[in-house]
Design a protein around this ligand. Structure first.
Ligand code: G3P
Length: 217
C-alpha cells in the first residue's frame, strides 16, 4: 500500500520523505490555506522534493474553467495530479484531462456510485473521505470495501486513495481491505510507529543496560 502525505507543509514532507515513507502528496484548498503559501510556489517545491504523484486541486466550479486550471497546474511538474471534485463538471474535467494523459484525482467521494463514475471518466485516483463519513455516523471503511469490490468486479484500474484518514486504525483497516493508497496527515503516519509496549520494553532494556556498566561506543 502506498503512503501519500496529506499536507502542504514542506518540512513535514521532507522529514517523512527522508525515511522513504512518502509515495506521494495530496493537497487541497484548506491545506494551502493552512500552509500560508502561494499554491503555485509551494506545489512546485513539493514536486521537486517528491518523485511520486502530487495532487493539486482546481478551485473553479465549471468544467471549462476547471480544465484551464488543471492544465496550468499540470505545467508545474510532470508528477502533478490534477485534483477535481466529484461533481458533474469535475467528471467532465477528469475525462478531458485524463484523455490528455494527465493524472487526475477525483476527490470528495462519499458513495460507491460516485466512485464508479470517476473510474468510467478515467480517474487515476478516487478519494473517498473516510473520516468525514465517520463524522456523520456512517462507517467510512464500508465505502472503501464497496469500492474495492466494484473496481475488482470490472477490473477498473483507478486506484483507491483512502482520504480523510484520521487514526492509525483507519490505516490498518484500509490496508486490510486493499485500498491502493492512504493519504494521511504527517502526525498520523508518525503515530504508526508508536506502541506503549515498545516504550515500556525500551525503558526496561535501558534500565538493565545501565546496570551492566558497559558501552558499545
Ligand atoms: O485528503 C482529504 C483530507 O484532507 C480531508 O481530511 O480530516 O479534513 O476530513 P479531513
Amino acid at each position: 500500500m502506498k503512503f501519500f502525505v496529506d499536507t502542504a507543509d514542506i518540512d513535514a514532507i521532507a522529514e517523512l520523505n527522508d525515511l522513504g515513507m512518502v509515495d506521494g502528496v495530496t493537497t487541497n484548498p484548506s491545506l494551502i490555506l493552512k500552509s500560508g503559501r502561494d499554491i503555485l510556489e509551494v506545489t512546485k517545491e513539493i514536486c521537486a522534493l517528491v518523485s511520486g504523484p502530487v495532487s493539486a486541486e482546481v478551485v473553479a466550479l465549471k468544467a471549462e474553467d476547471m480544465i484551464a486550471e488543471g492544465r496550468k497546474l499540470a505545467e508545474i511538474a510532470p508528477n502533478i495530479t490534477v485534483k477535481v471534485p466529484l461533481t458533474w463538471d469535475g467528471l467532465k474535467t477528469c475525462k478531458v484531462l485524463s484523455g490528455e494523459g494527465k493524472m487526475v484525482n477525483v476527490t470528495l467521494c462519499f458513495s460507491a456510485n460516485q466512485a464508479l463514475l470517476a473510474a468510467k471518466a478515467g480517474a487515476t485516483f478516487i478519494s473517498p473521505f473516510v473520516g468525514r463519513l465517520d463524522d456523520i455516523n456512517i462507517d467510512g471503511m464500508d465505502l472503501i470495501a464497496d469500492i474495492r469490490e466494484i473496481y475488482d468486479n470490472f477490473d477498473f484500474q483507478t486506484e483507491i486513495l483512502a482520504a480523510s484518514i484520521r487514526t492509525v486504525n483507519h490505516v490498518t483497516e484500509a490496508a486490510k481491505i486493499g485500498a491502493d493508497v492512504i493519504t494521511a496527515p504527517p502526525a498520523v503516519i508518525k503515530a504508526l510507529a508508536t506502541h506503549p509496549l515498545t516504550d515500556k520494553g525500551l525503558e526496561t532494556f535501558m534500565a538493565d543496560w545501565a546496570k551492566t556498566g558497559q558501552k558499545i561506543l
